[in-house]
Design a protein around this ligand. Structure first.
Ligand code: FAD
Ligand code: A2P
Length: 375
């Protein structure tokens, strides 16, 4: 028989066991709860980092990510999360007013290439953009099926501050597409529409779009540019950002690297923005190099038309010395047809330095240093 004292003593003896079980349950639950909170937090942070964000900036001040000035550029491609995209879409485009539309060509040039500027000041939300992006243009009228024309993309040729530095315009560099078919001259729909519009006309604009052709933040980066024809458009914006005095005052981006433009045009009269480029050369001899390939006036070593890839080969050593520097970015813009030629030239140029272009190009791409926009 148990005495009352024995029962009490037995009960007391179980207390440590009960406490231990209780403690075990509590700590296990706490650990799990903590783990869950941590996991949720990490997931949210990751989502935030990749989420493309619309940036609304004042009309004169631009979105600027502060770059560490002393650090070397990171080899890993940036996500450009805060670059403005698709502020205006095809269903609700912005109607911009044409400010100016003039020919960029000289007497004797081939075809039609115009510089066209649109007013953005009435856009709400404000249509801001950065150098290297494109906008969409929706030509007036309807296609053969009675449907509104689809938009066409055009590289932006102005800096975010615009040609007048007030931050409320956007400019394009447009070549009229023309080709012969069955003995008839066909004019491209949108390029003809753009080359023909007059100051005061309203034009449907979408965008901005594109993160492929953005400039690096680092002021000591080197920028190699390979352009044919209107492929100069984004390069014009880069070069203005680097060398145009009033633009530099606005952007506070003190470019200290080397910029090298390879420009392909059929004739000297077709060279675009030539006066500005010559001025940048005179003012910045140590930071700017300008190499032209004038296909119908100059010959390559084989007696054929001189293309930018021929110029690349001529400069193979110097160019690859630059490419080996991880601060160097290469931008290719213009005719799609130039890509195989450029690849071939880069392959030969790399071989001369004992490098393998087929291996190097994907590495440059992965590092966000090889930028291509051809059409
Ligand atoms: P369309 O009326 O659309 O005609 C084009 C069509 O005509 C082609 O699809 C093809 O089917 C046919 N065609 C074309 N050539 C021939 C030929 N020789 N023989 C038979 N058929 C042919 N253009 C610029 O001028 N400046 C720029 O800065 C610029 N930037 C661009 C940026 C990007 C990202 C992209 C994708 C394109 C860019 N373009 C630029 C090209 C532009 O978007 C248009 O494609 C171009 O203006 C032609 O449009 P279009 O409406 O005049 O021609
Ligand atoms: P070409 O037309 O003499 O053959 P634009 O747009 O003003 O016509 O300029 C494009 C320039 O690019 C021209 O000089 C043109 O030469 C040149 N080009 C044409 N095809 C290629 C190619 N496959 N690779 C490099 N450049 C090219």
């Amino acid at each position: 028989m148990y005495s009352q004292a024995k029962v009490i003593a037995g009960g007391l003896a179980h207390i440590p066991v009960v406490i231990a079980v209780f403690y075990f349950i509590l700590t296990t639950f706490n650990k799990r709860a903590l783990k869950f909170v941590e996991e949720t937090k990490t997931k949210k942070t990751e989502e935030k980092a990749v989420e493309p964000k619309k940036v609304t900036v004042s009309k004169t001040e631009a979105p600027k990510t502060e770059a560490p000035k002393t650090e070397a550029p990171k080899v890993v491609k940036k996500k450009h999360a805060d670059v403005p995209v698709n502020i205006y879409r095809p269903k609700t485009p912005y109607e911009g007013t044409v400010i100016e539309n003039y020919s960029l060509l000289k007497e004797g040039a081939i075809g039609r290439v115009n510089h066209i500027t649109f007013d953005l000041k009435d856009s709400d939300p404000f249509l801001n953009y950065i150098e290297g992006q494109s906008i969409g243009i929706m030509p007036a009228g309807e296609d053969a099926n009675g449907k509104p024309h689809k938009l066409r993309l055009y590289s932006i040729a102005s800096t975010r501050h615009g040609d007048d530095f007030n931050g409320n315009t956007v400019s394009l560099c447009v070549r009229q597409l023309q080709y012969e078919k069955d003995g008839e001259t066909i004019n491209g729909v949108c390029s003809t529409y753009l080359c023909d519009i007059k100051p005061g006309d309203k034009v449907k604009i979408t965008g901005p779009v594109g993160k492929e052709m953005l400039l690096p933040d680092e002021e000591d980066s080197n920028i190699v540019m390979l352009a044919t024809g209107t492929g100069i458009a984004p390069m014009r914006a880069y070069l203005r950002r680097m060398f145009e005095p009033t633009e530099k005052e606005k952007n506070k981006w003190n470019f200290k690297g080397k910029a090298w433009l390879f420009m392909g045009a059929p004739k000297s009269a077709n060279l675009l923005y030539e006066e500005d480029l010559q001025r940048y050369l005179t003012d910045n001899p140590d930071n700017f190099k300008y190499t032209k390939a004038i296909s119908r006036e100059q010959q390559n070593t084989k007696g054929g038309r001189m293309y930018i890839q021929d110029r690349v080969l001529e400069s193979a050593n110097e160019l690859f010395n630059m490419i080996e520097d991880e601060k160097t970015h290469i931008y290719l813009c213009g005719l799609k047809g130039m890509e195989p030629g450029i690849d071939e030239a880069m392959t030969k140029a790399a071989e001369e330095k004992g490098l393998n272009w087929a291996e190097l190009r994907p590495q440059l791409k992965k590092a966000g240093r090889w930028h291509v926009e051809t059409y």
